[in-house]
Each structure stands twice: as structure tokens, then as C-alpha cells.
Write a protein that binds this ligand. Structure first.
Ligand code: CTP
Ligand code: MG
Length: 406
């Protein structure tokens, strides 16, 4: 058996259900996987974390015959990793539809991950934990390639009761887990398991159940209990709350600082504003300490190195460069990383020139380059009470702090 790195990881997303329980609690013309949720459809949220995992080679979305809603979603997601297949009457028929699509594409021991379209709160951390589990041979004396599959699950925390014809009994909850998705198994084994279950007329409700029938047990990977399945309409509000919580915790902070010495000249450039002064600054570029500090803060928050790395001062292209060009490049990298600016706070440290009158223009320039409203950028200035190199008017400095969100 091959080791992980040689086995590709495919994803199948069954999205061919009719959402009958959901529709019965909230009459709507849209199936639940296409219901709007915080500005996207449920399905887009469910695909989001899968699309962000680089180890996933391609994703097969399994649609109901005649699905008219997918083309719009596909156009918005616009990913070369997305493919579609046609589903069937039950969830396991739909998963089979996805596996059929892979027959001519996947190797027998490639991994196939199955994730319900109705689980929009899947986190990137849970996908990573699942993918890591396939490679983790530290437990149970397994040797390379021995892991046969992995299933996200959450331990049951409530006391569990079984209703019997003649009363109620308490079930020992020790060792009881809720099976979630994604679930990952080897392609050929999963296909055989689902096929055998179908032949035997057993309507399995997840992949692990089918695998158990052919004697293959998956490893349970402890996942977030917030990876809920939308079943009834009220679950939509819970999902919105969970997704918002995830967004607000996905914040990144960064700070930057820049100093330039005064030298020959008659102006300085701060935040893209040319300010008349009795001296200029000694710099390879235009020496705009505000933009340099801001770029470093942004790159810091992105975990993407620093300004010197992206725009080396040994590179002749940057001689006398307009620093606003640097800021636009950094803004582009920020967008590509899926991050946006929440706010920036910048302090200029200088005895002279006075910058108060230019703060509005500076914020407008920076907002324009970052493509955000200027009010997200605050600029303040201070002297250093004639102390140190700034106080002696040997140079000036700027500090910037930024907050970014995904
Ligand atoms: N699913 C599917 N094909 C089916 C049935 C279900 O692809 N024939 C998918 C659903 O779209 C969903 C996942 O399997 O993403 C889990 O199923 P469930 O939550 O039961 O969704 P529905 O079957 O759509 O809902 P209901 O059972 O209430 O009709
Ligand atoms: Mg169903």
C-alpha cells in the first residue's frame, strides 16, 4: 500500500437531497442546500473549507437530476477543482454517483472524503485533523499505510435514553459518539462497501456504517461539535451563529515601524502626501515612513515576511519609487490571502514638519490604495519632547498597527 503522499485525496459532496424535514418546518421553493445563509448558500459554506484545503485534489458535488441552482453557485465559486455528478434517491445512492464519476479518475487506494452539503460549519482545522489522521501511525501499532479510514465524530455529552414499548431505559453513554462528516476511506473499499450494502438492501446512513459491514473500522477523529447538520429550519439560525463566531475569531494583528534620517531636500512624503520641509529624507525609495510602516504591519498580519523582502532596497527598480505602488501590491497579496482590513492605526513621530493638516489626505490616499473607506485608517502624530534622534530632528519615524479578518 502506498503512503499518504502518493495517494490522492478526492472529495464527494452529496447535495442531491430534497430536504424534506427542513422544508416541512420552513416552506420554501429552495432546497436546503441552496438556502441563503449569511450572504452565501448553505452549499457554498459547506464547500468553502474543502476548497481551502490544498491536499484535496478535486471535489465532486453530487446534484439531484434537473438541479437548476448549481450553475450560479459554480459561477460564484469559479474553481477548477469542482466537478459534478448526478445523485439518486437516498444519500448512499448519491455518494455512489460521486464514486462512479471517480471510477476512471481515482486509483483504488486513493482517499475519498465524503462531506454532507448540509454541514456548512465545517472548519479548516477539522479537515486538517482528519487528513493528518490518515497519516498518523503513532497509535495502535499500525504500520505505514495501515490506516483504513477516518471519521469526524463528537462524543455524546448528554445522558442518553432509549424509549421502549413498556417504558424508558438509560443507555450507558461511555464510548458513544455522534458520527459527523467528512468521513474518509480508500476509493475501492468504499465503493465495494456501498455496493454490498445496496445489494443486501441495507440503507446505510453514512460511509462508516457501510465499511463496518465489510469489516473495516475507521478511526474516530474528535471534531468540533459545531459541525452541525442542517436538518430542520431552526438549525439555520444555529449555523449562522456558529459561522459568525468563526469569522470573528479569525482575526490577525500586525505591527510595523519605519525610520528615515533627514538629509538634503525640500520636502518629505508621508502617506503619499508631499509636505514642504527644510530637509528631505535619505532613502532608496521616496522614504514614505507611513506607508512603509503600514506595509510591514499588513505583511506581519498576513504572516508574509516584510517590506524589505518583497521590495529590496538593492533593487534598482525601486530607486526613488512611489511607495504607494508597494502598498497596492501588498493590498493585492492581502486579498489573495482572503483577508480584509478591519482597521489601521498609524502614528507619525516627528518634531517637524507638522502633519496634522494632512491627515485627511493621507488617510484618503491609503484607503484608495487598499480599496477600503478612509475612515478605517486613523493617523495621528506626536513629537518626542525633543528627546532622542527624533527630538534632535535627525530623522522621523512612523508606527502602524492593523487588524485583518478573513
Ligand atoms: N443527500 C443526497 N442525496 C439524497 C439524500 C441526501 O445527496 N438522495 C445529501 C443531502 O443533500 C445532504 C446529505 O445527503 O447534504 C445529508 O442528508 P440529509 O440531511 O438527510 O438531507 P436531505 O435528505 O436533503 O433531508 P431530508 O432527509 O430531511 O429530506
Ligand atoms: Mg435525508
Amino acid at each position: 500500500m502506498k503512503v499518504w503522499a502518493e495517494r490522492r485525496l478526492w472529495a464527494i459532496v452529496p447535495a442531491a437531497g430534497r430536504g424534506e424535514r427542513f422544508a416541512s418546518s420552513q416552506p420554501s421553493t429552495l432546497p436546503k442546500q441552496y438556502t441563503p445563509l449569511l450572504g452565501k448558500t448553505v452549499l457554498e459554506w459547506s464547500l468553502r473549507a474543502l476548497l481551502a484545503e490544498p491536499r484535496i485534489h478535486a471535489i465532486v458535488v453530487v446534484l439531484a437530476a434537473g438541479d437548476a441552482h448549481w450553475p450560479q453557485v459554480a459561477a460564484r465559486l469559479n474553481s477548477p477543482k469542482l466537478f459534478t455528478a448526478v445523485g439518486g434517491a437516498q444519500r448512499h445512492d448519491s455518494v455512489m454517483g460521486g464514486l462512479e464519476f471517480l471510477v476512471s479518475r481515482a486509483a483504488d487506494d486513493d482517499w475519498v472524503l465524503v462531506h454532507d452539503a448540509a454541514r456548512p460549519c465545517l472548519s479548516r482545522q477539522d479537515i486538517q485533523a482528519l487528513a493528518d489522521a490518515l497519516d498518523d501511525r503513532s497509535n495502535e501499532g499500525e504500520s505505514a499505510g495501515d490506516v483504513s479510514g477516518a471519521v469526524l465524530a463528537a462524543p455524546i455529552v448528554d445522558t442518553v435514553r432509549r424509549v421502549l414499548p413498556n417504558g424508558v431505559e438509560t443507555v450507558d453513554r461511555a464510548g458513544l459518539w455522534r458520527a459527523l462528516t467528512p468521513q474518509v476511506f480508500a476509493f475501492a473499499a468504499l465503493r465495494r462497501a456501498l455496493d454490498e450494502a445496496a445489494r443486501a438492501g441495507v440503507a446505510v446512513t453514512d460511509e462508516a456504517q457501510a465499511m463496518e459491514r465489510i469489516g473495516i473500522r475507521a478511526r474516530l477523529v474528535s471534531g468540533s461539535p459545531f459541525n452541525i447538520k442542517l436538518t430542520r429550519a431552526e438549525d439555520l439560525q444555529a449555523a449562522a451563529g456558529i459561522l459568525k463566531m468563526g469569522e470573528s475569531s479569525d482575526m490577525r494583528v500586525g505591527q510595523g515601524m519605519d525610520v528615515h534620517a533627514f538629509g538634503q531636500g525640500d520636502h518629505v512624503v508621508l502617506g503619499g502626501v508631499r509636505i514642504a520641509h527644510s530637509q528631505g529624507v535619505v532613502a532608496h525609495s521616496d522614504g514614505d515612513v507611513v506607508i512603509h510602516a503600514l506595509c510591514d504591519a499588513l505583511l506581519g498580519a498576513m504572516g508574509d515576511g516584510d517590506i524589505g523582502q518583497h521590495f529590496p532596497d538593492t533593487d534598482p527598480r525601486y530607486r526613488g519609487a512611489d511607495s504607494r505602488v508597494f502598498l497596492r501590491v501588498v493590498a493585492e497579496r492581502m486579498r489573495a490571502a482572503g483577508l480584509h482590513l478591519v482597521n489601521a492605526d498609524i502614528t507619525v513621530l516627528a518634531e517637524a514638519p507638522r502633519v496634522a493638516a494632512h491627515r485627511g489626505t493621507m488617510a484618503a490616499n491609503l484607503g484608495q490604495d487598499l480599496d477600503v473607506p478612509a475612515h478605517l485608517i486613523n493617523i495621528k502624530a506626536t513629537t518626542t519632547e525633543r528627546l532622542g534622534f527624533i527630538g534632535r530632528k535627525e530623522g522621523l519615524a512612523a508606527m502602524a498597527s492593523v487588524l485583518l479578518a478573513r
